[in-house]
Write a protein that binds this ligand. Structure first.
Ligand SMILES: N[C@@H](CCC(=O)N[C@@H](CS)C(=O)NCC(=O)O)C(=O)O
Length: 277
């Protein structure tokens, strides 16, 4: 039976974030659209396994990297809030993404992207030049430290004054990234998608599908450098192949937009001023 807010769901089908109300939408447990096709094409047992949840932007980054590189991998969907043992065995913190490679496991999306880079298989995402590599890491850090938390502060804000304040914060942090980008683009460093683009890609996908409907976040200004970046990232093949249908994001993020208890460790960190998980 569906747990996505259908009124017919019985109490035991509900997720804790629904607070006993079957009319509340909850996170999806299976990918849809292009992402489902890709998940199905990678369901066979492989040495390299990505444990992920279809709605999760941190998983999305690693999945885009795997697709970009054309690696032979298995995608394993897990219900991250029910924390199966196979996830906890790799990540005792119980967060996705988690990666298993043979009998070795690791977690943390940025660390996993670097690991895939270090395998030296398929197309790289980090440039060769040490200065550009350092710059990639600097702007990835900016995304993780400033853009990602601003996204959640804005989405979770319930008062209109706070929403205006956090929309401004998000715009300012995005502007810093855009000012540092190659002028011609369309990607951050120029004609090709690289590490920094993949780091921000899942939040770009969710700006149009989550921030726009829930908070009125505007489409990028036509002709702007930001628009160029957004279009290039949205149209990149590995991004399209790992993105689900719009409803999946709309439903999965209602709990954040309403700032509901029992949503996630990210929600609690933002609400109570802790560090992001
Ligand atoms: N810093 C982590 C964050 C991962 C994360 O927060 N993942 C969420 C799903 S989007 C999660 O696993 N949540 C489980 C929970 O809140 O218990 C990373 O970059 O991998």
């Amino acid at each position: 039976m569906s747990t996505n807010g259908t009124a017919s769901a019985s109490k035991q089908d509900l997720d804790p974030n629904q607070g006993g109300d079957a009319n509340k939408k909850t996170y999806h447990k299976t990918a849809t659209g292009e992402a489902l096709k890709t998940a199905n094409a990678h369901s066979e047992e492989k040495d390299l396994k990505l444990y992920g949840s279809c709605f999760c932007p941190f998983v999305h980054r690693v999945w885009i990297s795997l697709e970009h590189r054309g690696l032979d991998y298995q995608y394993v969907e897990v219900d991250v809030y029910r924390k199966p043992k196979l996830l906890l065995d790799i990540n005792p913190r119980g967060l996705v993404p988690a990666l298993r490679h043979g009998d070795w496991g690791c977690y943390e999306s940025t660390v996993l992207m670097e690991y895939l880079e270090d395998l030296n298989q398929g197309s790289p995402l980090l440039p060769k030049d040490p200065k550009l590599r350092a710059s990639s890491r600097l702007w990835s850090d900016h995304i993780n430290r400033h853009i990602v938390p601003a996204f959640y502060r804005y989405l979770q804000a319930q008062e209109s004054g706070d929403q205006v304040k956090f929309a401004t914060e998000l715009r300012e942090q995005i502007s810093k990234l855009v000012d540092a980008a190659d002028g011609a683009g369309p990607f951050f460093f120029g004609p090709d998608m690289t590490f920094v683009d993949v780091q921000i890609a899942p939040w770009i996908v969710r700006m149009g599908r989550v921030l726009k409907p829930y908070r009125g976040w505007p489409d990028p200004e036509p002709g702007s450098r930001w628009e160029k970046l957004v279009r290039a990232i949205e149209n990149a093949d590995p991004v399209k192949k790992t993105t689900s249908g719009e409803e999946l994001y709309l439903d999965s993020y209602e709990r954040y937009a309403e700032n509901r208890p029992n949503t996630s460790q990210v929600r609690d960190a933002i609400s109570y001023g802790g560090t992001m998980p």
